[in-house]
Design a protein around this ligand. Structure first.
Ligand SMILES: Cc1ncc(COP(=O)(O)O)c(C=O)c1O
Length: 395
């Protein structure tokens, strides 16, 4: 086998020197404070069996999609799934992508045009940045959750260039800090300024809003938003994503989003799982028969209680100075330095807890952190337990 080119070997060496090398590992029997499976849906038998039933009903016992959706891959589950999702999210239309990464790359690389301007929150996800870097539009970041800063940028850009289309991009729950922007004000601001607001709801879906519909719907601002990105790999426990917007946006993406066009479609069983997860969230009557114990929204309720309990335990253990303020399922404990945060995560692991260290350069230097992901299925003992160990490790 040929050796890796020297430049790449050097990049790996630098990562190792920075104590930031990434490795693939498999951890079992640890208490989960790291997965995005906020509601435990990835293990829900009801979702699994409902998906199986959907496949049987549609006579879709197939292993793969066989092609792009524009060729042979647009199997008959896509239309009902997209209709269900659009309806669930009070959107005109929904277009399924193979992942949230693909959705963001497809959207930002194709929608903003040369001469347009994108203003994005400085902490948006890598998939948004990658999409933006493929766009011909000019892009500038604004300070995190800082509407006056954004406003200044927009005023300056309008003075230079008369009529650019302006896109504003944010997340409704930020993936590394778990904090939430003032979306209501932002949506009103975008509307007043005639800007196109794009919101990534990856970490709000399943957590906020009626039946977990997201933060945008919790605030009732869906009609002020040009596009929403919803991902299924987090609280929905499966895989894929959808872009919500107008039917003309959907038509545009089908024609121009390259990450939608030039890839094999999601297989039927994946789309069936997405649909089954949504049906479970919505708690359809036929699902109540499958799962008579299911109380509407019980997983979401348990998750919310766990978030409250975790925050109360932070205070009870006098750990406030380490944690960033968050009301979401993501709670970040800042422990500066890759070595420090990695060591602490290893010690927690030795005690049976899986908490991921987030290293620089994924987050800025000095902002390395333990990222606690909370779930509906975490017990109070587990939450108290992990924070008790953290107290010992930080003293
Ligand atoms: C905010 C945000 N958007 C998009 C993505 C990408 O989603 P997916 O994992 O489905 O590719 C992630 C995943 O980490 C995310 O946190």
């Amino acid at each position: 086998m040929q050796n890796l080119p020297l430049k790449l070997t050097k990049s790996l060496d630098i990562r190792k020197q920075q104590n930031a090398i990434r490795i693939l590992s498999y951890k079992k029997n640890l208490i989960d404070f790291s997965s995005n499976d906020y509601l435990g849906f990835s293990n829900l038998k009801q979702v699994y069996f409902t998906a199986e039933k959907i496949l049987t009903d549609f006579n879709l016992m197939k292993n793969g999609a066989t092609g792009s959706r524009l060729l042979s891959g647009n199997h008959q589950l896509f239309a009902p799934a997209e209709d269900f999702i659009a309806n669930f999210h009070s959107a005109e239309s929904a277009l399924i992508f193979n992942s949230g990464y693909d959705a963001n790359v497809g959207f930002f690389s194709s929608v903003p045009q040369r001469g347009d301007i994108i203003f994005y929150d400085e902490l948006v996800h890598a998939s948004i940045r990658d999409g933006i870097s493929m766009s011909r539009a000019k892009a500038y970041k604004f300070k995190h959750n800082d509407i006056p800063d954004l406003c200044g940028h927009i005023e300056r850009s309008r003075n230079i260039n008369n009529e650019p289309e302006i896109y504003i991009v944010t997340e409704s729950v930020f993936s590394m800090d778990g904090d939430i922007p003032d979306l209501k004000t932002l949506a009103e601001f975008a509307e007043k300024q005639h800007c196109f607001l794009v919101v990534d709801e990856a970490h709000a879906t399943g957590v906020f809003g009626q039946d977990g519909a997201g933060m945008v719907q919790e605030l009732g601002v869906q009609d002020k938003i040009f596009a929403r990105i919803i991902t299924f790999g987090k609280a929905l426990g499966c895989h894929g994503a959808v872009i919500l917007g107008s039917t003309t946006l959907k038509e545009y993406l089908v024609n121009f989003a390259r990450s939608f066009i030039y890839t094999t479609a999601l297989p039927p069983h994946n789309v069936a799982t997405i649909l089954a997860s949504y049906q479970y969230l919505k708690n359809k009557p036929e699902l109540a028969e499958v799962n008579p114990e299911h109380v509407e929204g019980s997983e979401i309720k348990k998750l919310k209680q766990n978030i409250e309990f975790f925050k109360a335990e932070i205070v009870a253990n006098k750990l406030q100075s380490f944690f960033t303020e968050s009301n979401s399922a993501i709670q970040s404990c800042i422990l500066p330095g890759n070595e420090m945060v990695k060591n602490t995560a290893s010690k927690l692991e030795a005690e049976g807890y899986n908490v991921k260290p987030i290293l620089s350069p994924t987050v800025p230097k000095g902002k390395e952190r333990l990222r606690f992901c909370l779930h509906s299925f975490n017990s109070r003992e587990e939450i108290s337990g992990v924070l008790k160990v953290l107290v010992k490790l930080t003293n």
